[in-house]
Design a protein around this ligand. Sequence first.
Ligand code: SAH
Ligand code: SF4
Ligand code: F3S
Length: 471
Amino acid sequence: MSSSFDTDKEKYLQSQYLLKVQSILSSRYDKKPLAFVHTYGCQGNVADSERIKGMLSQMGYGFTDNLSEADFVLYNTCAVREHAEDRVFGNVGELKKYKKDKPGLKIALCGCMMQQQHIRDKIYKSYPYVDLVFGTHAIYQFPQLMFDTLSGGKRVYFAPEDNGLIMEDVPVLRDKDSKAWLPIMYGCNNFCTYCIVPYVRGREKSREPYRIINEAKKLISQGYKDITLLGQNVNSYGKNTDFNTDFSDLLKQINDLEGDFIIRFMTSHPKDCTKKLLDTMSQCKKVARHIHLPFQSGNNRILKEMNRHYTREKYLELIDYAKKVMPDISITSDVIVGFPGETEEEFNDTLSLVEKVEFTSLFTFIYSKREGTPAAEMDDPVSKEEKSRRFKELCDLQESIAAKRTAKMKGKTYRVLCEGISKNDDTLLSGRTDGNVIIEFSGDNSIIGKYVNVKVTQPLNWIVRGELVNN
Ligand code: SAH
Ligand code: SF4
Ligand code: F3S
């Protein structure tokens, strides 16, 4: 994109489209039209959806969780694994009957899947009732795209390449009122050989520190108590900029803001995780004692093939240091089983790393081939059955480690933010310890959004149950 691109002009243009959409909707509907927005994938996508909902709300839409009530359906998609894509195709297929019942229904797809040409082609050919498709770099142009969709008779497909800019000041409608996502950077430069993200999210871009601080201040003044800083690799925040602020500096600046709140962040890439960051965490009272540090594999040859730029030894050294400066730290991670060519022995290195670190929890994935990535070209002789067997072995190991860890929590009291009703049992409330362990307890709904003390009474495998004490 040329340097003459005028972001103020673009913002103005979009605000005008927003008004135009508003007037189309008010002439077309007697009562507030309803939008159904569903998000797949990571918190980055959730944060994007909150911005899209912000725009929808300003256009005049209300929201519904019921598809048959909706006048507008949007799926914000994820491309990270085949399974994620299959689910989207399945759910888009389901929409056909809703469109038949309500021809005025508009259907839109956006997000990482839609940034891929072969997916757009497939949607165009096989799902002709989809009205609007847009990519990850076009979110701020959503008002214009909605105008085109509502006013013209044609399907709208728009997925420009990354223009290297960050579009600020997009309205946002947050899903929760005590816990907020705060994107600090977008895109990824790492090109891990298995991963599609750099292709669909563009190059790494850091937001200006003052914008992040201002957003954090606003969130705190609005009563948000739990703020998660987001980026694919937050540890490289500020690289290739003239900010003179790295991630540790940013964390400290947010920690120093006044107010009672917790700061979390994700994701950290081990190659850029520094002792400075771990020291900063240990010195910052409001930073949760939790780090999500994906290791992906415990074997050095596989790590090299994955283009991860660290070794098993370097990873374990970081973990040792983190535990030294924060003895109560909780460590979580991502791991891939069955990367092309992974041998049984190499997989055993993953198991032994898991045993050594004793993660609080682990997100385990079977390798999924992504078109266009280098790993998709690698020989992959290991059978599906064998990969599933390894996967199960890893999950069993982690389950026993997690159970041991949660057992140690019994009898201890934790100060947690009551986030809302538990997803597992709607008679219980739930929160998260500093270390990111889910804790469920009974209590009155009036404490949602407040900090409470909960004593652990019953450790389960992944989560714990407890009771309110001294509140
Ligand atoms: N930026 C983060 C990860 C984002 S994707 C990081 O680097 O840590 C979330 C997780 O999905 C990754 O950590 C990885 O474990 C998994 N993943 C990514 N691509 C995958 C693929 N092709 N197959 C299986 N798992 C994958
Ligand atoms: Fe994907 Fe690697 Fe970037 Fe994470 S760091 S998003 S795994 S390419
Ligand atoms: Fe998925 Fe895109 Fe996030 S591929 S994991 S939604 S960056």
